[in-house]
Design a protein around this ligand. Structure first.
Ligand SMILES: [Fe+2]
Ligand SMILES: [Fe+2]
Length: 286
């Protein structure tokens, strides 16, 4: 009998009457237990590591239990907490998994040119603290029945490009960056797949279809994460929700960059099978 627990350690919402700390960003601890043995994977590290560590303390989770970290993409609201957390974990040869381009320069232009990727100094700093980068481009099983999607194929017409306009540097020029480094986690359970995304810049439908392909499962049990529809137009929001229905997604937990408009439509269409994420939430799958 397997059990999967997802602890929400960072979200932009702290929940009603909650002692947990909110911040701009996402971070989830995934604990998979089978025959008394547990694997603990930290997916993303928010903007502020100290707030994640405080939420872990409130949830009675020792950072030392973390076996590896997976970064969904380069954005600071998923990576900036990394150094503080790796320092607390304090283990040699500690794996940190991300896409090979995660260190690239990555800018927004408005209102002023700002680097919004992972801080450049982190690459070396994390290694000095015992971390080891494992850079994966392809789908990879990182623990039994737990996969990192690798680069997500963008097959859905309305999700061909991310909703955000961002830039990288190539030969001294700013060029558009379509966030190829956006990867998600997939857990293949007896009752279908659980998809966990960071910001879904690759498109949550593309990600879910990719997860179905790599696991060979045709049951979408749960989709969790930020769907980054906060700046999407109504058509894209409507098509996304329709497709989640068409894929027979049984449950949806979303927050962070999903946006109120998309959340309202998800609530309308999914009813009690839709839940809003908040820091401190614990989701249990048996
Ligand atoms: Fe984000
Ligand atoms: Fe993002």
């Amino acid at each position: 009998m397997e059990e999967v627990k997802v602890y929400v350690l960072a979200d932009d919402y702290s929940g009603y009457d909650s002692e947990f700390l909110a911040q701009h960003g996402a971070s989830y601890l995934i604990k998979m237990t089978r025959s008394g043995e547990s694997v603990n994977i930290l997916f993303d590290t928010g903007t502020y590591g100290n707030l994640i560590l405080e939420n872990m303390r409130l949830l009675d989770i020792d950072p030392k239990v973390i076996d590896m970290i997976v970064l969904s993409h380069c954005h600071y609201d998923h990576t900036k907490g990394l150094v503080e957390i790796v320092e607390k974990i304090n283990k040699e040869n500690f794996p940190i998994i991300a896409h090979p381009t995660v260190f690239r320069p990555h800018f927004c232009k408005e209102p002023v040119l700002t680097h919004v990727g992972m801080p450049f100094k982190y690459r070396k700093k994390v290694e000095e603290l015992g971390g080891e980068w494992v850079l994966l481009r392809n789908p990879t099983e990182i623990a039994e029945n737990i996969f990192v999607t690798g680069e997500v194929e963008r097959v859905t017409e309305f999700e061909k490009t991310p909703t955000l306009k961002l830039y990288t540097l190539e030969n001294g020029q700013l060029v558009e960056d379509d966030l190829k480094d956006d990867v998600s986690l997939v857990i293949n359970t007896e009752k279908g797949i659980i998809v966990i995304s960071g910001c879904s810049h690759a498109g949550i439908i593309n990600i879910t279809k990719h997860a179905i392909r790599i696991t060979g499962s045709n049951e979408v049990r749960t989709v969790i994460g930020g769907f980054h529809l906060i700046d999407a137009d109504e058509e894209r929001i409507r098509k996304t929700v329709d497709m989640l229905k068409q894929l027979e997604t049984r449950e949806i937990y979303t927050g962070h960059c999903t946006g109120l408009k998309a959340e309202c439509l998800l609530l309308k269409e999914f009813g009690d099978s839709f839940k809003k994420l908040h820091a401190g939430m614990v989701i249990t799958f048996r």
